[in-house]
Ligand binder design. Structure first.
Ligand code: ATP
Length: 194
């Protein structure tokens, strides 16, 4: 089976951009956070469990996950949020394991915002961190999402500190300049993994 490389980075670091470059270089990428959003609509066992925790209103009349309702419900209830995560995370893990089985490349990448927070790096062959200076990340997210400086800063402050991630990462891609440099750094890092 292929070696799994964990790919992570905080808000606005550029991890999704790096993931797209990795795909351009021919390696498969599993997007954990995106898959988690699909799984809550696809996996019937998971749907039942989510309704048990959050109530029938977690799904709308067409059977689609009601993201807004769930977000509001767990916002001020950390215990509910923990319970929700405890059922979603294992479902993503199983989905990922099934995906890996279908891959034929010698390296595959798993993009996830919470690689270190959930200690998923321990299950990876290597980890790659994308990072950039705070101000640069904030400005990029302001441009991308139309958020204010303080809004982005608030999200950033709730994430694991960059210095802790840097200590845990096997490889680091610094993304302080332009996209051309980022692509070059990405190429170098992924083809150096052995
Ligand atoms: P999030 O966790 O917030 O989704 P992310 O880590 O996935 O963020 P991206 O979406 O890849 O980050 O990048 C954030 C924004 O910055 C995007 O709009 C992207 O196009 C832009 N960006 C990333 N790197 C660079 C760069 N080197 N030069 C210019 N723009 C960049």
């Amino acid at each position: 089976s292929p070696k799994v490389i964990g790919l992570t980075g905080g808000i606005g670091s550029g991890k999704t951009t790096v993931a797209r470059f990795i795909e351009e270089f021919g390696f498969p990428v599993y997007y954990s956070d995106e898959r988690a959003k699909d799984i809550v609509n696809e996996n019937e066992d998971l749907k039942i469990k989510i309704k048990e925790i959050l109530g029938e209103d977690a799904y709308d009349e067409n059977g689609f996950y009601n993201r807004k309702f769930v977000a509001e419900k767990v916002f001020s209830n950390t215990d509910l949020l923990r319970q929700l995560n405890e059922i979603i995370h294992p479902a993503v893990r199983i989905d990922f394991e099934n995906w890996v089985k279908k891959q034929t490349k010698y390296l595959v990448f798993k993009e996830t915002a919470l690689l270190f927070e959930l200690k998923l790096h321990r299950e990876c062959y290597k980890s790659v961190l994308v990072t950039a200076e705070d101000n640069i990340r904030i400005k990029r997210v302001m441009d991308r999402d139309g958020k204010t400086y303080r809004e982005v800063q608030a999200v950033m402050e709730r994430q694991m500190p960059e210095k802790d991630k840097i200590k845990l990462a096997d490889c680091i891609i610094y993304n302080n300049t332009n996209l051309e440099d980022l692509k070059d750094h990405t190429e170098k890092v992924i083809f150096d993994i052995e």
